[in-house]
Design a protein around this ligand. Structure first.
Ligand code: LLP
Length: 427
C-alpha cells in the first residue's frame, strides 16, 4: 500500500510529491508519513481479525490527534499508557470505551481521570494497583472493567530493553508461584472492579511466533485455573503487541492475516484442550502499523572521510529524532533520495549533530561516493518510536511529522521552535 517510489530522475516521491519539494516546504529533518499506508495497515489488522477480536493500536509508537482520528475512522481501538496519551486520544474524539489504559505506575490522578472519562479497560499491573483502582472506582461510584497483566516467563528473542515477559523486569504479575492466580482472586473480590480478562505482552520487534504460542498456552492455563476455582470464565484475552517490522532487508515480517490466523488458532486450540469457551481476543500492535509508514528525511552536512575506516556523514538531526540506534543497537538503512547517482558506493556512518559520539543514526551504510552537502538522504521505517521518543537534547528542535495522502502534504505535528523551547524556561 506504500505510495513511495522513485521518479525517472531517481528522486523519491511520496504519493506523487517529490521529496525535494517536501523538504523545501517543510524543512529538514522531517518525518514524512504516508497516511494512505497507515490507514491501509490499520485496516489490514482490523479485517485480519474480523469481528471476533479487537485491535488496539499502541499509541506509544506514535500518537497525534490526526492519528487518533484515522484510527477512529478505520474502526480501531487505542492503547494509551499515560495521562498525556489519554488526553490526546480524548481531545481528538476517540470514544473512551474504545481506550485501554496501561502502565506499571499509573498515578492516582491518571487513574481517576481514566475512570471518569469511562475508558473501556484498565490493565492492572501490580497487586497495589488492583486495590488502588478498585478504591478509586468505588469512590466514584463506578465499576471499572479491568484486565490483569501477567508475565508468562517467556524469553522473547529481542533486545533486553524491549523484552517484557521474562520474570526479572518491572511489568505485570508473574504466573510463577501462583501470583497471578492470587491477583485474580483479589480482583474478583473487589466491588469496584469488573475483571474481564488476562493480558500478556511478551516484548517488541518479534518475528518468531513461538513466544506467543507459549504465552497463549500459559494464559489459557490460568483461565482454566480460574474457572476451576471460581466457576468464572473470563471472556477476554489480550496478547499484546510486539510484531516485528522490516528495518533492513534481512527482516522478514509476517502479514497481519497470517498473524491473526496463527494467534486465533493457538488460542482456540488451547481453549479446546482446556474445555473453555474461546475468549474474545485482542491485540495491541503499534510498530507494525505505524513503523513502515514513515521515513525521516535529513539534509547532508559535513562529510568526513577517515582513511582506512569509513566516511562520517553528518545530518541535521540525530539521536534527538531517532534514539533507537544508540539505545537498542537498532539497524536502519539509508539512501540518497534527492537525485540518482552512479558513483561508486562508499562505506559510511550516518551521524547526527549532537555532542556525543554515540549519536549514530545508521551504523554502517553504503552511500554514493559523490555524496555532497545539501543532498537529501532518507532513513525508512521511522514511523514507530522515533518521534514519540524524540528529545530536545542540546536544545535541538524536534522535527515535524508531515502526512502525505492523495498527493497532498500537510503538517500533523509541527516543527518545534525556539519559542517553544523558551516558553518552558521560566527561570
Ligand atoms: N502493548 C503493550 C502493553 C506494550 O508495552 C507495547 C510496547 C505494545 C503493546 C506495542 O508494541 P509494538 O507492537 O509497538 O512492538 N521503544 C521500543 C519499543 C518499546 C515497546 C514498549 N511497549 C523500540 O523503539 O523498539
Amino acid at each position: 500500500a506504500q505510495t513511495v517510489s522513485r521518479d525517472e530522475g531517481g528522486e523519491l516521491t511520496v504519493g506523487g510529491t517529490p521529496v525535494t519539494r517536501l523538504a523545501e516546504e517543510f524543512g529538514t529533518p522531517a518525518y514524512i508519513l504516508d497516511e494512505t499506508d497507515f490507514r491501509a495497515r490499520a485496516q489490514a489488522w482490523r479485517t485480519a481479525f474480523g469481528d471476533d477480536a479487537d485491535v488496539f493500536y499502541a499509541g506509544k509508537a506514535f500518537l497525534s490527534r490526526a492519528v487518533v482520528r484515522w484510527l477512529h475512522e478505520e474502526g480501531l481501538n487505542l492503547d494509551v499508557c499515560s495521562g498525556g496519551e489519554l488526553a490526546t486520544a480524548l481531545s481528538a474524539g476517540m470514544p473512551a470505551d474504545r481506550i485501554a489504559f496501561h502502565g506499571n505506575n499509573k498515578s492516582v490522578t491518571e487513574i481517576r481521570r481514566a475512570i471518569e472519562a469511562g475508558v473501556g479497560r484498565i490493565v492492572l499491573d501490580s497487586f497495589q494497583e488492583i486495590v488502588r483502582v478498585a478504591h478509586i472506582a468505588q469512590s466514584l461510584g463506578r465499576r471499572q472493567r479491568v484486565q490483569i497483566r501477567v508475565t508468562v516467563g517467556v524469553e522473547a528473542h529481542t533486545h533486553e530493553f524491549i523484552a517484557t515477559a521474562h520474570e526479572d523486569q518491572k511489568f505485570g504479575i508473574p504466573l510463577a508461584g501462583g501470583q497471578a492466580a492470587e491477583a485474580v482472586r483479589r480482583a474478583l473480590q473487589l466491588d469496584g472492579l469488573e475483571l474481564i480478562g488476562i493480558h500478556s505482552h511478551i516484548g517488541s520487534q518479534i518475528f518468531d511466533m513461538s513466544g506467543f504460542e507459549v504465552a497463549a498456552h500459559r494464559v489459557v492455563g490460568l483461565l482454566k485455573e480460574i474457572r476451576d476455582e471460581h466457576g468464572v470464565e473470563l471472556p477476554e484475552i489480550d496478547l499484546g503487541g510486539g510484531l516485528g517490522i522490516a528495518y533492513t532487508s534481512d527482516d522478514d515480517p509476517r502479514e497481519p492475516h497470517e498473524i491473526a490466523k496463527a494467534l486465533t488458532e493457538i488460542v482456540t486450540r488451547e481453549c479446546e484442550g482446556a474445555r473453555l469457551a474461546t475468549p474474545r481476543i485482542s491485540v495491541e500492535p503499534g510498530r507494525a502499523i505505524v513503523g513502515p509508514t514513515a521515513f525521516t528525511v535529513y539534509e547532508v552536512g559535513t562529510i568526513k572521510p577517515l582513511d582506512g575506516l569509513r566516511t562520517y556523514v553528518s545530518v541535521d538531526g540525530g539521536m534527538s529524532d531517532n534514539i533507537r540506534t544508540a539505545l537498542y543497537d537498532a539497524e536502519y538503512s539509508v539512501s540518497l533520495v534527492s537525485r540518482s547517482s552512479d558513483a561508486e558506493p562508499m562505506l559510511c556512518r550516518v551521524v547526527g549533530k549532537h555532542c556525543e559520539s554515540g549519536d549514530i543514526v545508521v551504523r554502517d551504510a553504503f552511500l554514493p561516493g559523490d555524496l555532497a552537502p545539501g543532498d537529501l538522504i532518507a532513513v525508512p521505517a521511522t514511523g514507530a518510536y522515533c518521534r514519540s521518543m524524540a528529545s530536545n537534547y542540546n536544545h535541538v528542535l524536534r522535527p515535524p511529522v508531515v502526512a502525505v495522502a492523495d498527493g497532498e502534504a500537510r503538517v500533523i505535528v509541527r516543527r518545534e521552535t525556539e519559542d517553544d523551547l523558551l516558553r518552558l524556561d521560566v527561570g
